[in-house]
Write a protein that binds this ligand. Structure first.
Ligand SMILES: [Zn+2]
Length: 90
């Protein structure tokens, strides 16, 4: 005992002591979704600007379009990966 582990967000310094309800690996994953200082916030904005879409509907229709139009396969994969990254962080 005496092993008081604390999970700390490396971005904003938010601390989750071991007695926090639902404490575990998932608590930081959940926190990151709402963390104001997580780089994903900035990254997501940059990606959304790059892809030109940010809502689920826009992103999904963009992916369909991307898959249908001819183009360089490698470029499409990059764009589709970006779309998936955005969809996962909605
Ligand atoms: Zn944080």
């Amino acid at each position: 005992m005496g092993d008081n582990r604390v999970l700390t967000c490396v971005y904003c310094g938010m601390e989750y002591p071991q007695d926090t309800p639902a404490w575990g690996d998932k608590i930081l994953t959940d926190h990151i979704k709402v963390c104001e200082k997580h780089p994903m916030r900035k990254l997501r904005k940059a990606l959304a600007d790059l892809v030109g879409a940010s809502t689920k509907e826009e992103l999904e229709s963009m992916e369909v379009t991307l898959r249908l139009v001819p183009g360089i396969e490698q470029d499409k994969i990059v764009a589709i990966n970006a779309i998936h990254a955005l969809l996962e962080t909605i």
